[in-house]
Design a protein around this ligand. Structure first.
Ligand SMILES: [Zn+2]
Length: 312
């Protein structure tokens, strides 16, 4: 993507991930016990925040004695990276009752990043997104898919290894690729774009189409297939625009633009409640028409905003 576009949310790249060093357990342990290191707790997919009355929520990390207390009861710990030389870790406290954690948390509380992410600054949002996604992965990979034996965390929390010495299989926190695409068609005043809504979404919310990539499929093929399946529209020329790690719970969104070859909609009601073509003027006036754009932290919104910026 060109540098002229604003960054996609949850992609702020401020970490030194220290790929090589984090493989050394002694290096990881030394940083883990450093009093300046910061530990970002995750509890049942929620991150820790101080919720201000009149100000945005503040992401909360623990250090020193508070951090050590948490690490003793954490199910998993992962090294996230170095920021200005200061180590950042995530830990999973999901096995604990919330009440048992309260003394260490003070006034801070666990909240869903989906509720508050958009209110955070880019660095905090990206760090918490990584912490949440990585802790989710650990919780869901505690057993070896080959032999069923228990696995344990290695590589600073960026892999898990099977505990059976005859097996020893390693797994890695690979996200699930999903394509998300803004389909446009040429026309007067900048043409139109195709937006749809799933029945489970908030009333009036319309967004770009999206779907998981099938086995053996290229990303471009996935774009073409998904649009045909969901809306009955044939598209050509899928053009890659941007990507976004999306830890709700473990996707990598691959954002495309594609041009429609046909315009007559044939909506698959199992997938979508509604799909429609909207002109730029309509999208600009969306709320008055009774619609809502997708959440501001989504790459769907980013795609729509870029299209609107192109002007008529
Ligand atoms: Zn195994």
């Amino acid at each position: 993507m060109t540098d002229s576009h604003p960054a996609v949310f949850y992609t702020h790249n401020h970490f030194d991930r220290a790929h090589k060093d984090r493989r050394d357990p002694a290096w990881v342990a030394r940083h883990l016990h450093d009093r300046d290191s910061r530990v970002w707790p995750v509890w049942r997919n929620r991150n820790l925040f101080l919720m201000g009355e009149d100000q945005p929520p503040e992401a909360v990390a623990l250090t020193g004695a508070h951090a050590r207390g948490l690490l003793q009861v954490a199910a998993d710990v992962a090294f996230l990276g170095l920021e200005d030389g200061r180590a950042q870790f995530a830990c999973d406290l999901s096995d604990q009752d919330e009440a048992a954690l309260t003394p260490a948390m003070g006034r801070a509380e666990f909240r869903d990043l989906r509720e508050v992410g958009v209110l955070l600054d880019a660095a905090d949002a990206s760090r918490l997104s990584l912490a949440r996604g990585l802790m989710y992965w650990h919780r869901n990979h505690r057993f070896c898919p080959s032999c069923g034996a228990a696995t344990s965390s290695v590589d600073g929390g960026h892999a898990r290894r099977c505990g059976d010495p005859d097996c020893g299989r390693e797994q890695f926190p690979t996200p699930h690729p999903a394509v998300i695409m803004l389909v446009t068609r040429p026309g007067p005043e900048g043409g139109a774009c195709l937006l749809g809504r799933q029945a489970t979404w908030p009333p009036g919310m319309m967004s770009t189409l999206a779907g998981f990539v099938d086995a053996g499929e290229t990303l471009e093929q996935a774009v073409i297939r998904e649009v045909a399946e969901e809306a009955g529209i044939a598209v050509e020329n899928p053009v890659y625009m941007a990507s976004q790690p999306w830890p709700f719970p473990s996707s990598l969104m691959l954002a495309y633009r594609a041009t429609a070859k046909t315009t007559r909609l044939n909506v698959d009601r199992d997938e979508l409640d509604e799909a429609r073509w909207f002109t730029k003027a309509q999208v600009m006036d969306f709320e008055r028409l009774g619609y809502r754009l997708p959440r501001a932290d989504s790459v769907a919104r980013w795609l729509i905003d870029r299209w609107l910026e192109e002007g008529p």
